[in-house]
Design a protein around this ligand. Structure first.
Ligand code: FMN
Ligand code: SF4
Ligand code: SF4
Length: 261
């Protein structure tokens, strides 16, 4: 099974490539699937499972953490079930800090076996701080080309059962500081939906932002989006708005948009 969460489509594009190469189905991680946890496909015990998701503030996105704890609950009650093997493929713009350590801890906590951990650099989607913007076209093309090679390598290792124990990630500089000091600060001050607003002059009330939100966190009221509190900060509402009418405070003013089908 391939469990995938994706905001702008980077992780989904990667998951689809693995799905083709390994002939495995994809289960999409959304708030809706979390609400129906008991009917979710359980991890495979006869072949490896993959977790494909974006790195958020040098860690695992909130919704993915919830999903890890929710999926396969019925399996845990069957004592003779062999432990399933799980690999991580985290997509990132630059580096992942210690995301893999956190993910592996959660997987082990569920009684599952950790296989290999991998990161794949993809175009950046984080735009909510000064100095952070989407990548230019040349860098997008370069990252996508390199990602193709990374995916082929990882998939061949998984298919040959040679991925177990591998750690092929980009932790970046000072990974401990990023994941254990900066990440909690991000979570408190910068991972909140309270700064989202729409530019009413540009917004035409089309409702696409509500439609693409994986958390069902946006409702259209009187022709304009209203953000609730159940947000995983994927930024799909910002990047997918066809009128570029979603802003995150003043931080996104003049910034670009990105998504991949
Ligand atoms: C809220 C947020 C936080 C992010 N934090 C990081 C990060 O810590 N390190 C990094 O390299 N990229 C970071 N990114 C970039 C994404 O991980 C990267 O662009 C990813 O491929 C997006 O995948 P998606 O389209 O499947 O959501 C962040 C993006 C968002 C929206
Ligand atoms: S997608 Fe953009 S234009 Fe459409 S309702 Fe949302 S903010 Fe308005
Ligand atoms: S409100 Fe926007 S950032 Fe938050 S989960 Fe929905 S689409 Fe993602």
């Amino acid at each position: 099974m391939i469990y995938c969460f994706s905001g702008q489509g980077n992780s989904l594009a990667v998951a689809k490539k693995f799905s083709e190469r390994l002939n495995q189905p994809i289960t999409h991680i959304t708030n809706e699937s979390l609400d129906n946890a008991e009917s979710l496909p359980e991890p495979d015990t006869d072949r490896p499972n993959l977790w494909v998701f974006p790195v958020h503030a040098w860690g695992v996105p909130k919704v993915v953490e919830k999903f890890i704890n929710a999926v396969g609950a019925a399996q845990c009650t069957k004592p003779d079930t062999p432990p399933s093997v799980h690999h991580m493929v985290a997509t990132c713009g630059d580096d992942i800090g210690l995301t893999d350590r956190r993910w592996a801890r959660m997987i082990r906590h569920r009684g599952w076996r950790v296989g290999g951990v991998f990161s794949v650099q993809m175009p950046n989607t984080y735009v909510c701080l000064p100095g952070f913007d989407v990548d230019n076209k040349a860098l997008v093309d370069k990252k996508l080309t390199m990602a193709g090679g990374d995916i082929a390598f990882i998939a061949s290792r998984i298919a040959d059962h040679r991925a177990d124990g591998m750690r092929r990630v980009t932790p970046g500089s000072m990974p401990w500081l990023k994941s254990h000091v900066l990440r909690p600060l991000f979570n408190v001050f910068l991972m909140s939906p309270r700064w989202f607003k729409n530019d009413y002059k540009r917004c035409n009330g089309c409702g696409l932002c509500a439609h693409v939100c994986p958390m069902g966190n946006i409702t259209i009221v009187d022709g304009a989006p209203c953000w609730g509190r159940d947000c995983t900060m994927c930024l799909a509402c910002y990047h997918r708005c066809p009128r570029h009418a979603v802003e995150y405070g003043c931080a996104t003013r003049g910034k670009g948009q990105y998504h991949i089908e």
